[in-house]
Design a protein around this ligand. Sequence first.
Ligand SMILES: Nc1nc2c(c(=O)[nH]1)N[C@H]1C(S)=C(S)[C@@H](COP(=O)(O)O)O[C@H]1N2
Ligand SMILES: [Mo]
Length: 510
Amino acid sequence: MSREPSRSSEYAVDGVAAGLGGFGIATFAATGLTLFGLAGGEPIPIVALGSAMVDLTPLWLKNLAVGVFGTNDKAALWVAMAIVIVALLAGIGSLARTRHTPALLTLGALGLVTVGAVLSRPGAVTADAVPTLIGVVCAVWWLDSRLRERSRTPTDGSGPSRRDALVLAGGAVGLGAISALWGRRVPGDGPAGIAEVTLPAPASTVTLAADADLGVPGAVPWQVSSGEFYRIDTALIVPRIDPASWRLRVYGEVEQEIELTWAQLLAKPMIERWVTLACVSNEIGGDLVGNALWLGWPVRELLAMARPRSGADMVLSRSEDGWTAGTPLSALTDDRNALLAVGMNRAPLPPQHGFPVRLVVPGLYGYVSATKWVTELKVTRFAVDMGYWTPRGWSALGPVKTASRIDVPRSGREVRAGLVPVAGVAWAMHRGITAVQVSVDGGPWRDARLAGQPTIDAWRQWVYDWDATPGSHTITVRAQDGAGEWQTADVARSDPDGATGHHTVTVRVA
Ligand SMILES: Nc1nc2c(c(=O)[nH]1)N[C@H]1C(S)=C(S)[C@@H](COP(=O)(O)O)O[C@H]1N2
Ligand SMILES: [Mo]
């Protein structure tokens, strides 16, 4: 009995198997490269491709992705990439059925694009390209030999089996995945050294201000735990830095270049500060904002040692993975206590929040100040350098705009008639909040009651006791900052320098 002739799907599977197999082999080789200390940037091709995609994503697409997927935007990128890659490889395989050489050339070309992505990574060295090149050669060679085999055997189905292809590709991918995970393995599950870190006691501590939290059920707590804290960054793989090999280099327009080690940093007098971080991408009413207790050494003192030259007006901070932020030099040297932070909520920084060291600057959006995994401070000028997001459509300067948010009742919820606490937070970091007002159904603004404000660098809770009557109601909030400015009602999108407008919720009262 003759079996089915080779159908186009068999060719598509060959294409996918060749490509995925190539990725697997390259990943295995890349792990070797890293373990032997020969890698400079990111030699794992799939990670390099993803990171290159992140860097190339236009502003509108980034906003769309964050809008739709929120902080799951990274998972969404992985899934989208997997779909596109498999579809491309299947297409190449199908093409190979009739056009052998063009298919191989297309596969090779895709491989070269991947090599390009690897070489585009910050810190990349020529050696980083080698694993991917090996993967590309293997993929092209294997697809070519499959095609030859198929053309030698009659089309009665006795040709090479789909199973063999999948087993081979699966094996290569498994090898790559296991080696990559093993390559990142560390005892405990933080980066090397995180378990051994004991933070120094602060030279000055803050009180855990009890009156800052009104404790309204359902409202976001004044102090956000590190596990609940929003996470935003371009890193597809959280950088793992061994504090023993961490260095902070201060250079550029300075009289004295400095290289600071972890031990030297920990020996400095540390201070504790409440600081609320906010993301410029946060929409009105959004949750990309959080308040934590940070421990660190004022950057001001480090910069004083380096002695910036006159004319310098910006510090370009760079992270281990090449991301940069451009911060006004004045915000790092004035009395606001911008920190080189090592602790978050009385523990070492979690890996996702910048272990071992990050910047925390009160009053500025994260994208121009809060560099995680920081390794370099370049003293420079706005006329000369730009942070990561500036050429991508975001403003060079990012002072936080005054904002307020209603946490309870949530929009769309039903509540009982009677006294209903309407509560939330308001923030205008480093200016402070002096008043919050609530308007029901467009009526007059009424003062909300404010929680304590232990520092103007953190958000402030508020509550308004609303006498809710049956029906549908809209509730709007606005805040006034320490300079006496009321938050604007003008609606603006988050790019280029932060959203504005009042947060409104609609609730049904039964
Ligand atoms: N290395 C690095 N640091 C970074 C970023 C980044 O992409 N890479 N994103 C910044 C942005 S846009 C914000 S809002 C804050 C968020 O800090 P968090 O993730 O600890 O909340 O980190 C900042 N620091
Ligand atoms: Mo951000």
